[in-house]
Design a protein around this ligand. Structure first.
Ligand code: KG4
Ligand code: ZN
Length: 320
């Protein structure tokens, strides 16, 4: 079964063809990132205008790269929520027209659930139930997944998302946007132990709060002359405390839910230091850890097509 996935929840215009929920035949992502850089974050109007202009070409390219014709597509799966409204609307309208004209079914997919599904595209597979940690620019959430129709939110950020904290701290350090990869690179040469940051406590131990640490970084920066060495140390210390917090809460969730399986996805999950430390901890705690492949951590449509197949096979429920 050939599924066409469409993802336009933020700044990307992404279309992919996935066969039987596993085999990625094409995965085209056009990003309007460079247009947002000078504003230090995504500008919704710019994003949706670019998506409107590019979606037809991106879809054409994805179908051609898959070696298929439009008539070969069996199902369309599109990100329906959460996301930027104007951007979602572009993808959904395009998907609806295509499904009507081709007379094939259409599924609306929850963006966060598709980030969870990205781990199933690594070829390893994961048994259910499991705990999923999704760390992206817009969300930081812990889910308990019994199957893809029974996903329960068990923890989430009360303020900034994890990726958003990376982006804001990068801005404070004058690094640019998106901040995650820039902080990661700078942190490699810094000493994480030279500064002590900490994340605020939360009433529900599985919730997150990252806005305090961003303010702490701001005060640290304002309190002294920002030399390169200090920037590196701040980046390293910030990244380390974020990873400490994610590890603590994700493994606590596994303990509370009595599962030894953990799945991690979302843009921040591309971070090497995070991956390495999670793997180490998982080995120690005997948890089976499954990361989304690095190239599928950031927003893409392969995960949307993959989840679409899975849901369709299990009854075709609209989940967004
Ligand atoms: O999942 P994603 O592509 O979009 C959303 O759904 O939000 O995530 C984008 C976020 C950005 O905040 C970006 O700074 C962060 O992921 N990110 C990283 C890294 N690569 C991307 N954060 C930390 N380390 C990275 N290597
Ligand atoms: Zn995302």
């Amino acid at each position: 079964m050939y599924v066409l996935g469409i993802e336009t929840s933020c700044d990307e215009t992404a279309v992919s063809v996935v066969k039987d929920g596993r085999k990625i035949l094409s995965n085209v992502v056009a990003s309007s990132l460079t247009l947002h850089k000078k504003y230090g974050g995504v500008v919704p109007e710019i994003a949706s205008r670019m998506q409107l202009e590019t979606i037809t070409a991106v879809a054409d390219s994805a179908i051609t790269k898959a070696g298929l014709k439009l008539k070969d597509i069996d199902l369309i799966s599109v990100t329906a929520s959460p996301g930027l409204l104007g951007s979602l609307l572009v993808g959904i309208s395009f998907a609806k027209s295509l499904s009507l004209s081709l007379e094939i079914p259409l599924l609306g997919i929850n963006h966060l659930y598709s980030h969870i599904y990205a781990s199933f595209l690594n070829g390893l597979g994961t048994q259910m139930p499991f705990v999923a940690l999704i760390v992206s620019g817009g969300h930081t959430s812990l889910f308990y997944v019994q199957d893809f129709h029974r996903i329960k939110l068990i923890g989430q950020t009360l303020d900034d998302a994890c990726g958003e904290a990376f982006d804001k701290v990068a801005k404070i350090l004058g690094l640019g946007y998106p901040g995650g990869p820039l902080i990661e690179r700078l942190a490699e040469k810094g000493n994480p132990k030279s500064i002590s940051f900490r994340c605020s406590n939360t009433k529900n131990p599985l919730d997150f709060s990252f806005s305090g640490i961003k303010t702490a970084v701001l005060y640290k920066v304002k309190s002294q002359k920002l030399k390169v060495k200090i920037k590196k140390d701040i980046a390293a210390a910030f990244q380390e405390v974020i990873i400490d917090t994610l590890i603590k809460k994700a493994f606590l969730a596994c303990k509370l839910k009595r599962t030894n399986r953990l799945v991690i996805g979302g843009g921040v999950a591309a971070n090497n230091r995070l991956r390495e430390r999670f793997y180490r901890q998982a080995k120690e705690k005997k948890i089976r850890l499954s990361f989304a492949p690095k190239e599928l951590c950031m927003d893409n449509a392969a995960m949307v097509a993959g989840l679409g197949f899975k849901l369709f096979k299990n009854g075709g429920e609209y989940v967004a």
